[in-house]
Design a protein around this ligand. Structure first.
Ligand code: CA
Ligand code: CA
Ligand code: CA
Length: 393
């Protein structure tokens, strides 16, 4: 064999090997971490004197990457984290594509069980997704909100913008009259572009500063969609608050074991609310979606502790990832290929040397194709507008 041909074949295998490398189903990287003020801020994760924003992003990543499952707090309304996986997360039609772990849990007793709402410590975070359209590996592309169950409700406010002001940590505290727990009701002032304003209170349970200590400037501004309050003071006297789950589409809204902690990329909408068809996503942003204060429980803050790609075994396209004409559901370990197709179309399978090995018609939906006569190793599968490589084991 000539040297030149050998190099071509070796480079084919090298690029195929990177596609077939084991994908990490969990968070690989945190790109940004910007919590709003809150009682767990500077604690989840812990701020230490001198820490920069870069240090805090690294600490947040250590908490939520892989299966570490250490919660980080996003603080009050608008605080956010941006993370990504080591591969694009595929959008499989009609299925949850990834899940986000939080710390929502059920109330010991749920007084509103007859209302069939899940009640407990539900602190809904709004989820956005992004596709690395410019291919630079950074989340600097357009973001799309996953339109959850509340998205189109009249009480949901779009383009809500809230500014928090850096507090004087040495100011004289103003305790809430009659409350043994709330010891400063004029702690961190905020106002919004909707005309409402108030304070993030301080309570006796958390003594550290509630304002992110690594930030610069005298204020922090956050913007996004704001959900209606989800809490009910079930006691009527401020002693027992229940935060009720919204139906679907929010982080830290259902317990991790509940499938409704899953997210479907088909829910994505653009800034005008139009549905967008994303074949896969590279980045996820989560921000606290309510602006509410529950007495001694404090402000509602979304916590997250990780995320998981639910289709990690899907082989994604290398040559034309923007075309979602078909998806190979798993490597053909057995002698069957499971292929989901958007339409009726012809598929050809070639050897790495370009010899056609199989040709068949896909129907719209899931197709099971026998590939028992294919040899072990890498093959190329092509439709009119998509090419993938796959490994038969
Ligand atoms: Ca999906
Ligand atoms: Ca980018
Ligand atoms: Ca929480």
């Amino acid at each position: 064999m000539e040297i030149k041909n050998l190099i071509v074949i070796l480079s084919c295998f090298a690029s195929s090997a990177s596609i077939m490398a084991q994908k990490n189903p969990y968070i690989e990287k945190v790109y940004d971490f910007a919590p709003a003020p809150g009682q767990f801020v500077n604690k989840l994760p812990e701020y230490e004197e001198g820490d920069t924003k870069t240090d805090m992003i690294r600490k947040a990543e250590e908490c939520i990457k892989n299966e570490n499952k250490v919660p980080i707090s996003l603080g009050a309304y608008g605080g956010y984290v941006i993370f990504g996986f080591d591969h694009p997360v595929a959008n499989v039609k009609g299925e949850y594509d990834f899940k986000i772990w939080g710390n929502a849990f059920a109330s010991a007793t749920n007084p509103n069980e007859e209302k069939t709402r899940f009640g407990g410590n539900c602190e809904p975070g709004i989820v956005m997704v992004s596709y690395d359209a410019n291919g630079n590996g950074l989340p600097d592309d357009e973001w799309y909100e996953l339109a959850g169950s509340e998205y189109n409700k009249p009480e949901t406010i779009k383009n809500y913008r809230l500014t928090y002001h850096k507090p004087d940590e040495n100011k004289v505290k103003e305790p809430m009259p009659g409350s043994p727990y709330i010891n400063d009701i004029t702690y961190i002032k905020w106002e919004s572009n909707q005309g409402d304003n108030g304070y993030v209170y301080r309570n006796t349970f958390h003594q550290q500063s509630y304002y992110p200590q690594w930030t610069e400037g005298e204020s922090l501004t956050f913007e996004g969609t704001k959900l209606a309050d989800n809490y009910v003071d079930e006691s009527g006297n401020g002693s027992y608050y229940v935060q009720y789950a919204y139906d679907w589409g929010y982080a830290d809204n259902f317990p991790n074991a509940d499938e409704r902690s899953g997210f479907n990329i088909e829910w994505a909408v653009d800034a005008s609310g139009n549905p967008v068809n994303l074949p896969s996503i590279h980045f996820v942003k989560v921000y606290t979606g309510v602006n509410q204060y529950c007495g001694w429980l404090g402000e509602t803050s979304t916590e997250i502790s990780g995320a998981e790609d639910l289709h990690v075994n899907i082989v994604t396209s290398i040559d034309n990832d923007s075309q979602q004409s078909f998806q190979l559901l798993k490597n053909p370990v057995t002698d069957n290929l499971a292929i989901i197709s958007d339409m009726q179309q012809t598929i050809n399978i070639y050897s790495l040397h370009g010899n056609k090995e199989m040709s068949f018609m896909l129907e719209s939906g899931t197709n099971n194709i026998s590939c028992s006569h294919l040899s072990q190793g890498i093959h190329i599968m092509k439709s009119q507008n998509k090419t993938i490589k796959f490994l038969k084991q």
